[in-house]
Design a protein around this ligand. Structure first.
Ligand code: DLL
Length: 433
């Protein structure tokens, strides 16, 4: 099923027309109503009249997270506050939170985007969707909520946490779809197993997982453990929230709803567009968001775009899995390390749990690279030789994939903190002056 066939399946030429038309309007709106954008565009010598087709987007300057921080809280709004009917915020790890504001039209467009995602997952009126993303300033809970209502399915607004109750309701209500971060889904599946709740007592069939990077190996694991088809849903606060794009039944790339959110991939160093299909930093322009439009916002997410038509019939561009944020990437002893690489490797080993914590520090001018991992309780034996052997295999595998040798620390089962939201999987203790 396709929620909005017209927008999701139009030809590339038509889409470019729609995008060009919308870009002209949103740039004119931002220029006339946001002092921030007026100044930015003036400084770059660009005027709204320079924007004629979607190709002209490259004339626009970029917007970055620091712009949102510098203009905290409402400096990027392009409508009077009386037209803003919702605020969300994202705290990030450092500094002031960033704040976003939505008009009624913005909320409608956002729920339209989420409705497209949910329909692409095969959900409809008869489904019961348990939303275990956090409700509140985080966009996950309320964003997913509005989309579920839009398609006429039943919302079970549990928010995150209180896992025992989540499991109870899941059984009692016959939840058919679970929406949460993949790390919370993994934790929940372990708890279900511990509680002896077998899959035949559940009606789950779809997982709506996103808000953090996760690997194909993790998908296989979650599908097996929860008895669902696990779909990726992507989004970010600055651009609206969950539902900027999602997979379809083919599970072969995340369709971006391009009539609402225009994606580009740039080289994060030269800031020039990369060759088609190449990896780079994802940049979004919101084409239909009026409260707080974003022009060429640099997401820091690293991925690729594929414009080939999908087997599902949708023509909207497909984004590859997010490799990680360029912010998350750590350079350890000169080598790029992404937490998702460790996740994939751990899932290759039946002995290990997919929970881990990377800690990097610098001692005597050399980077240390420690990884805490848990073995499954049945492998956590007193036989020290056994553990040494398992540890050695993991060390070699990580060294061969990443190129540097980690110091693996096997910790007791259930030691690494379980997450009900976005998992924290790396800590960098190094001080860079
Ligand atoms: O995480 C919005 C969201 C909520 C998306 C629920 C999906 C589901 P932020 O807190 O602003 O918003 O974080 C946005 O999270 O730039 C990516 O780095 C990461 N991210 C979000 N979805 C995915 C995904 C929400 N499916 C940041 N895969 C983004 C990988 C993701 N990373």
């Amino acid at each position: 099923m396709i929620w909005n066939k017209e927008m999701e399946c139009m030809s590339r030429e038509q889409m470019r027309e729609v995008q060009g038309e919308k870009l002209r309007k949103i740039v004119a709106h931002a220029y006339s109503n946001s002092p921030f954008y007026k100044q930015r565009l003036d400084e770059h010598g660009v005027h709204p009249s320079d924007i004629k087709t979607i190709d002209d987007i490259v004339k626009l300057p970029f917007t970055v997270k620091q712009d949102l921080r510098d203009n905290y809280p409402f400096g990027l709004m392009a409508v009077p506050m009386s037209d803003i009917i919702r605020l969300h915020a994202s705290s990030g790890t450092t500094g002031k939170p960033i704040v976003v504001g939505y008009t009624r039209t913005d909320l409608d467009n956002w729920s339209e985007a989420v409705a497209r995602c949910l329909t692409a997952f095969g959900l409809g009126k008869n489904d019961l969707v348990q939303i275990s993303y956090g409700y509140g300033l985080f966009t996950g809970g309320l964003g997913a909520h509005a989309g579920v209502q839009k398609i006429g399915a039943t919302v079970i607004p549990t928010s995150s946490g209180n896992t025992q109750k989540q499991m109870q309701l899941m059984q009692d209500f016959g939840t058919t779809a679970l929406a949460c971060t993949p790390s919370y889904a993994m934790y929940m599946s372990d708890e279900l197993q511990k509680a002896g709740i077998t899959l035949d007592r559940l009606k789950l069939r779809v997982g709506i997982f996103g808000a953090e990077p996760w690997t194909e190996a993790m998908r296989q694991e979650l599908q097996k453990k929860l008895g669902v088809k696990a779909y990726d849903i992507y989004g970010l606060t600055e651009i609206s929230g969950p539902g900027v794009g999602s997979e379809c039944e083919c599970q072969c790339g995340t369709h971006i709803w391009e009539d609402l959110y225009y994606p580009e991939i740039i080289d994060p160093v030269t800031l020039k567009p990369v060759e088609p299909g190449q990896k780079g930093e994802l940049v979004f322009t919101t084409l239909d968001k009026w409260g707080m439009p974003m022009l060429r916002y640099r997401t820091r997410d690293l991925t690729t775009l594929n414009y080939e038509k999908c087997d599902c019939g949708r023509t909207c561009v497909r984004m590859g899995k997010i490799m990680g944020r360029s912010d998350d990437m750590m350079i350890v002893r000169g080598v790029n390390v992404f937490p998702s690489q460790i996740e994939s490797i751990l899932l290759e080993f039946p002995e290990y749990e997919p929970y881990f914590l990377i800690e990097v520090d610098r001692v005597n001018n050399t980077d240390t690279f420690d990884i805490q991992v848990e073995v499954k309780p049945e492998f956590y034996t007193d036989r020290i030789n056994e553990l040494v052997r398992i540890r050695q295999r993991l060390t070699s595998r990580i060294q061969s994939v990443i190129g540097i040798q980690p110091n693996i620390k096997i910790v007791q089962p259930n030691t690494i903190e379980r997450s009900t939201g976005k998992a924290k999987r790396a800590i960098d203790h190094r001080k860079f002056e």
